[in-house]
Design a protein. Structure first.
Lengths: 220, 220
DNA sequence: AGAGTTTGAGAACGATCGTTCGTTCTTAGT
DNA sequence: ACTAAGAACGAACGATCGTTCTCAAACTCT
């Protein structure tokens, strides 16, 4: 996005390929061990190359972390956000977004669960450039949900008094809680529960007061 | 709680005090650096004692982690769960529980945010005794919310078709999302938002359909 | 008071951490 | 084809990791 300093050192084609491979592994490993727990040695071992070889592509570990966050963001955008944008604006988009989130967990796009859920909680307490970048993504994530809600309210698919910030917190929370339980117990059924919760919350909100409540199948 | 092995080695009074102080610091540090990021050296430095001194109280780092989780659990129980139990059963207890959670964040009982939110996401990917202990607490946490919901349904304070597992996921999610944002932006206003969300969700659910919606001030 | 144990300091261990360096091999531009 | 530069290796750096050991001081109990 932003140009690197004054002299952006140019890369060779094979170097670019390697750099991509490194970041791919870095994203994968850091969803399991965290951005701090990610080590150059493990990364090099995972890739079958030397520590020095890895280091040739990054100025420091922090530089590697920043690039890793960026790479994870690109994956998240293409796997979760872009699919959601193909749905109709308003509630359908909101639903598509949540479904895409649950789906990317179920497909194990990141082996250790949602990258940004882990990164946000891990880096939230460590102020610095990496935390700022994570916060930037997290903030954009929240703003996106709020925007979806505002659009849905504007289309009268949600009640006019629906607070976008409040509903965004609810939905973000449901995604977070589902991710946490999914990672902890490795049980996809919590994702179904999450999908049901989101549907119930967004489903029949525009018509109020006189229809029979939605019947939600409740095993147990 | 459980007796230690066959020979529970007896401790001296001063040793018990030191052990408590170590665990206090360990809980504090691990909410900032994580349970894996917690190191004996940092812990000793924080306490002004030697690594060997710390090690006299624990068999291994894993033993220290297990004791740290236990200590954090005791703090969480006395700071969040017990206050909630003094409220009337049903929705009031559910509300008191969520409020106590937001309060313990605001009072910064743990300097790095909710201990178990961080621990669950960090240890979820690292199977082993520590993960099992964290999962045990997490599971008890969820079960407790579900029990509160069941009680509230039994008392007809919530609709009879309210799914305890689904509502527990919603509430747990709201707490989680508030914790994440609070830690990331160090902004207490998200806790107020969380309190409002919980109140709206639990507030006017028993009477349905004909009262005017609650006016929620929304200063962007 | 004396025996026996726990506590805690301090040094040391091998391993790994992030990082630097010098060298060799490969690619890209002329 | 020649050359300048990037790519990757492998060794090494000091620091820190978890862990083990020894030893002196402090406490508990009879």
């Amino acid at each position: 996005m932003a140009e690197r300093a004054v002299h952006a050192r140019q890369r060779r084609a094979d170097g670019e390929r390697t750099r991509t491979a490194i970041l791919d592994a870095a994203v994968r490993l850091s969803t399991v061990d965290g951005l701090e727990g990610l080590s150059i040695g493990n990364l090099a071992k995972d890739l079958g190359m030397s520590k020095g070889g890895v280091y040739a592509h990054f100025d420091s570990k922090q530089d590697l972390q920043l690039a890793t966050v960026e790479a994870a963001g690109a994956i998240f955008r293409s796997e979760v956000i872009e699919p959601a944008l193909t749905a109709d604006p308003g509630v359908p988009q909101l639903l598509a977004f949540c479904d895409a989130y649950f789906d990317h967990l179920e497909r194990r796009v990141f082996p250790g669960g949602c990258f940004f859920a882990g990164a946000a909680l891990e880096m939230g307490t460590h102020r610095g450039p990496v935390q700022e970048k994570v916060a930037e993504f997290h903030s954009g994530f929240i703003q996106l949900i709020r925007e979806f809600v505002r659009t849905a309210v504007g289309l009268q698919q949600l009640p006019p008094d629906e607070d976008p910030a409040a509903l965004a917190l609810e939905l973000n929370g449901t995604l977070l809680a589902a991710d946490t339980s999914f990672v902890m117990y490795d049980d996809p059924s919590v994702l179904d529960l999450g999908r049901r919760v989101v549907r119930r919350r967004l489903g029949r909100t525009e018509a109020r007061g006189n229809e029979t409540p939605a019947k939600i199948s409740n095993p147990r």
